[in-house]
Design a protein around this ligand. Structure first.
Ligand SMILES: [Fe+2]
Length: 316
């Protein structure tokens, strides 16, 4: 009798590349991952004629790039006026449908990130011109409502600075597991990283959230990473193996970061990704020309369709 879909999935999770008990599956996946990993950012660049109406070929290139490194850099005509509806349709064509409803997410799901001075948001780093350390989005979400997909679309580039660095979490997983599989075990503990409650705003309260750094989505076998390099407002489980694992992870993210890519998005360009690790350099707006960096950001509960490890068996 053939297994039911849920039995197949359970089997795939137990014997999949991210199970610590199956070294052979990990080795096979690792070899394939490293052999396909992009050599340069150019390998990940996809030109798109109309953001809201992807052609089959454009869609295939984005999915292919995300299978290689969990992100694609897309490029649209900078002469076409930015359009949130088109951006939403772009996400939908890639399986990104369920928006993350975070503290400042607007009704329509897409946040406009720019330097703010007077609003309540000015307290939050994304709404400043300051640098942001390595993180994945939504590290203060629980595993159940994890942010798995992100689009960052540049509407206006800063006058100076504002580059993003990107790093595929699967590469970080490989580096850590190769160093010491016990570090992976430590980072998969459900209480390894805790974000304290948010009491910044009166009337806006978020309880403390604990969760793993690495987890495997039971729905599709995909690896998820939850991380921030911030040292304030975060507490790590206080045991020797966790301390060593976190120190090793931090060391991987100290420059120069192997396998990371730097991109300074121009107007009309964007990143679509399975919530890869990213950082942001500081930027400067130009008051004289009113050139203010503006990035539209959409966060989703979904991954980009067809990019999980279980879909790899379809790859030829
Ligand atoms: Fe972010």
């Amino acid at each position: 009798m053939s297994p039911t879909p849920s039995q197949s999935l359970e089997l795939a999770l137990e014997s999949g590349p991210f199970s610590l008990s199956t070294e052979a599956a990990y080795r096979r996946w690792r070899a394939r991952k490293l052999s396909r990993y992009p050599k340069s950012l150019e390998d990940q660049r996809v030109s798109i004629a109309a953001l809201g109406r992807l052609t089959g070929s454009e869609r295939g290139k984005i999915v292919g790039a995300c299978r290689r490194a969990n992100f694609a850099l897309y490029q649209t005509d900078p002469g076409v006026p930015p359009d949130m509806d088109a951006l939403r349709a772009f996400g939908e064509q890639l399986g990104l449908r369920h928006f993350d409803r975070h503290l400042w997410a607007p009704e329509q799901g897409i946040a406009a990130l720019r330097r703010e001075v007077e609003s309540g948001r000015a307290k939050y780093l994304p709404y400043t011109d300051r640098p942001m350390k390595w993180h994945t989005d939504g590290y203060y979400n629980t595993t159940d409502d994890a942010v798995r997909g992100v689009i960052m679309h540049c509407v206006v580039q800063a006058a100076e600075g504002g580059a993003n660095w990107l790093l595929d979490p699967e590469i970080v997983y490989i580096a850590i597991r190769d160093e010491n599989p016990a570090y992976i075990e430590a980072l998969m503990q459900p209480d390894v990283m805790t974000i304290p409650e948010n009491t910044l705003e009166p009337g806006v309260y978020r309880p403390a959230v604990s969760g793993p750094v690495f987890s495997v989505d039971p729905a599709d076998g995909a690896l998820h990473m939850r991380y921030t390099a911030r040292t304030r407002s975060i507490s790590w489980k206080n045991d020797p193996i966790t301390r060593d694992a976190v120190a090793f992870l931090d060391s991987l993210l100290a420059p120069p970061v192997r396998f990371a890519f730097c991109v300074r998005l121009n107007a009309g360009e964007g990143i679509v990704c399975n919530n890869v690790l990213h950082s942001r350099e500081a930027f400067i707006d130009d008051a004289a020309t009113k050139q203010q960096r503006l990035l539209w950001r959409a966060r989703y509960r979904d991954r980009i369709v067809g990019t999980g490890p279980l879909s790899d068996r379809d790859l030829k």
